[in-house]
Each structure stands twice: as C-alpha cells, then as structure tokens.
Ligand binder design. Structure first.
Ligand code: HEM
Length: 418
C-alpha cells in the first residue's frame, strides 16, 4: 500500500468511517467503474462519493424541504433558452465533437445556479454555476449508459480552479460536508490539519457576490480531451456586453429578477472559449487547484452563446429546470472529461440525479429542443422574443479567413452567426 493510500485510510478513519466500510459496490455503476483507468483507492473513493452525494441530498432536504435537490448547486437562479453557434473560423485542430461543423447553430438550455447544497438568499456569498446543455448533437455518445437523445453538457462555475486537487481530496472533504462540517477538512485544531491551498481556493469559491448570473466569467475548472488536444473551457460575457440592471440585494431571489429584467426586452451573449494545454507548462491534468496560466495559453473563442429575449420564470419552466440532469459525460465524439475528478463525475452526477428523481417521483429525461415537453412536441414559434441580437466586435484567429459561401474577394473576419 502506498504512503498516500495509508494516509487516506487514516484520514477516513478519523472521519468516522473506513474505505472498506464505505466503498461498497453500487451495482449499476460497477462495470463503468471497473473500466476506469484509475487506481483501486481512487475507485473506492468514487464508490464512497456516490453514497455521500446521496446522503448530502437527503440531509439538504431536511433543511430545504421538498423536493429533493442536487447535492451541489441546489438553487437554480433560472433556466433559459439559448443558441450555441460554432464560429466559422474555428481552427481545424478543434474541429471535433460538437465543434466539428463550423458555423453550425444548436439550440441549448442553460441552468444558472448558486453552488450551495442549501437554498439560500442570493445575497449570501456563494459559487455561481452555469451549466449549458447543447441539443441536437450528432456523433457517438461517449458514455453509452445514458439512453435517450444525445446532448453535450458544458458545466462551469465562476472560479478558474477547484478546491480539491483530485478525487481523494474530494471524498475526504465530503465526509465532513455530509455532517455539515463545512470547513473541518480544510482546517482543524483537533486533529491538527491544514490544507492551505485547498482552503484558499474554497474561500475564493464561496465568497462570490454578483449582480446578475449574466455578469461573471465561468470556467470548466477541469480539463477535457478534444481530438488530439487537452483543453479547459470558459464562457465570458461578449465584448461590449454589460448587465445594465438595478438590483435590490435585499430580495431573496434578486439574481432571478435581474436576469429576467435584462431578458424582458434585451438579450445576452457569451463567448465560449477553449484554453489549450501547452507541453512543459505548469498545467497539470490531475490537480484542479492549479489555474492554467492565461499568459502561457490564452482562452480562444470558438463558439458563441446567444440568449434571446424571453420570459423564463413560469412555474412549468422552474419544474423543468428542477428535473433537468446535467453530466459532463453527456457528450459526443472525440471528447473526454479528464482527471480522477472528471471520471468520478460520470457516476456521481448520475447517482445523485437518479436518487432525487426517484424520491420526487419524477422521470430522468433529456430534452430535444426548447419545448418543456420531454417529447419535444410544442409550438416553438413564440418561446423567445424576436429582438435583434446585440452586435459585438469579433476577433479572428486567422485574418485570411474567408467564408466559403461568400463571393467577397477580400479575406474577411465575420461572426459565425448573422
Ligand atoms: C471541478 C469542476 C466542477 C464544476 C465546474 C461543477 C459544477 C457543477 C454545476 C454547475 C452543477 C449544477 C448542474 C446543473 O445546473 O444541473 C453541479 C452539480 C453537481 N455536481 Fe459538480 N462541479 C464540479 C465538480 C464536481 C465533482 C468533482 C463532483 C463529484 C465527484 C461533483 C458533483 C456534482 C453533483 C452530484 C451535482 C448534482 C447533479 C444532479 O443531481 O443532477 N461536481 N456541479
């Protein structure tokens, strides 16, 4: 047994459990777990994380009341309809998976959320989530256990790094979180313990206050394989975009109000960007506390997220939002979540989603378009308002780029969407 595994065992024992106790196989995920290129202690940590994720959802219900919710990012600040458009000038090396068709436009849903397991006032500092579900995608699913229509989920929060290096950190901390001891894994006097970098990242993560979900930049934090490149991704409000709203932070749900106020008669837009891992740079794959340097590897825009004017606050839409399931392994083609945390998410998200749907008597489903009806049957003509999209400057990767469908002789930079 390695020194690290021994240390993990000792910490688990201090947390009131042992890996042997907690790491009971969860039958429906065993085959997937067996095939993961991870060590036995890492696989045990994932088995344990499944149990702890469900425990946290159960404990949170005693504080939030029904329904049973996600064990993380429990409060939605809104689910909105969006368009996800691949840029026409996307470099060839990125043309894989959902990025394989330059200029293609997909329908998407975006769930904005607060990070805590408890549903609390928006004024409480917290991590903020942006989970994009791109629909109508083509290609082989990377995780065939997810039946139903294929989607490609891009899940982000508003900090560039996570507060756990890997799945071993994650599972140790979850033991404490399941006892509502939020800081005890990071810092404790008895037993003496300090995880300084993780603690610093955790404070950064949970101290965010924002005026609107449309305002921050969001990050994947974890790396992904895209074709032959390793990337992180991020969504940043488009150049010139500003959330021009008066917020009253004393309102419990002021983030929902701010976003609705902007979308009542306006639009929003994000540049979706990739950051490519550079050989030799300090850009580790299995230490999520490290921010990949933007000087070494800048984020480059490859797609655009356009949120049309709309009303998103109906009861039916809030219910749809609650019942939605995101998973980084809902994806197609040459795309893989990397790192032990990335692999853990495949089964932990699925297990918590199944648990809460089961408790709530709801069906797990994948939407196919902007309709709230799971079969996608509805009149889509007036789901969003036909307000002209905001014109923003575009930046080209390749100044010689020319739209192949254009007769213009001069090379031109133009957005992939009108
Ligand atoms: C480090 C990168 C991570 C990011 C950016 C992230 C972000 C998010 C976001 C935004 C949501 C809400 C999704 C929604 O709107 O439906 C979410 C939910 C969740 N996260 Fe994470 N998370 C990360 C890591 C992890 C890890 C490592 C685990 C566990 C191994 C985890 C477990 C969960 C679970 C179980 C849910 C609820 C899933 C459901 O019930 O549908 N997250 N996460």
């Amino acid at each position: 047994m390695t020194q690290y595994a021994l240390l993990t065992l000792a910490l688990s024992a201090l947390a009131g459990t042992t890996l042997a106790d907690a790491a009971k196989p969860v039958p429906q995920y065993e085959r997937i777990l067996q095939e993961m290129p991870l060590s036995d202690p890492e696989k045990n940590a994932i088995r344990e994380s499944i149990k702890l994720g469900r425990d946290i959802s159960r404990i949170a219900e005693t504080r939030n009341g029904l329904p049973y919710r996600r064990d993380a990012h429990a409060k939605a600040t809104g689910c909105v309809r969006a368009r996800f458009s691949i840029r026409g000038d996307i470099p060839e090396r990125y043309q894989h998976s959902i990025f394989s068709a330059p200029g293609h436009e997909y329908q998407a849903w975006i769930r904005f959320s607060n990070g805590d397991m408890e549903v609390q006032k928006d004024s409480k500092p917290d991590a903020r989530g942006m989970a994009v579900k791109v629909m109508g995608v083509e290609g082989d699913k990377i995780a065939p256990e997810f039946t139903g229509p294929a989607t490609h989920d891009l899940i982000m929060t508003n900090t560039p790094a996570f507060f756990h290096r890997n799945v071993m950190d994650y599972v140790e901390d979850m033991h404490y979180l399941a006892k509502l001891e939020r800081t005890r894994w990071f810092i404790s006097f008895f037993p003496p313990r300090l995880h300084p970098k993780q603690f610093y990242r955790a404070i950064q993560t949970v101290s965010s206050k924002i005026d609107s979900p449309l305002q921050p930049q969001y990050y994947s934090m974890l790396p992904y394989q895209l074709g032959h490149t390793e990337v992180k991704f991020s969504a940043r409000p488009c150049v010139g975009e500003h959330s021009d709203v008066n917020v009253d932070r004393s309102h419990t749900d002021y983030l929902t109000e701010a976003m609705q106020s902007q979308l009542d008669d306006g639009t929003a837009c994000f540049d979706f960007m990739l950051q490519e891992r550079k050989p030799g740079a300090n850009m580790p794959l299995d230490d999520a506390t490290v921010i990949w340097s933007e000087e070494e590897a800048p984020f480059l825009p490859v797609a655009r997220i356009d949120i049309p004017s709309q009303t998103f606050t109906s009861e039916a839409q809030s219910q749809f939002c609650e019942d939605l399931s995101m998973n980084p392994w809902h994806a197609v083609g040459e795309w893989r979540p990397l790192s032990s945390l990335g692999m853990a998410r495949r089964v932990v998200y699925a297990a918590v989603s199944e648990f809460r749907h089961d408790k709530n008597g709801a069906e797990v489903f994948q939407p196919v378009n902007w309709c709230l009806e799971p079969d996608g049957q509805c009149d889509q003509s007036d789901l969003v308002k036909p307000v002209a999209a905001v014109k923003v400057p575009t930046v080209c990767f390749d100044p010689l780029y020319q739209d192949v469908n254009s007769d213009d002789a001069a090379p031109s930079c133009r957005p992939a969407w009108p």
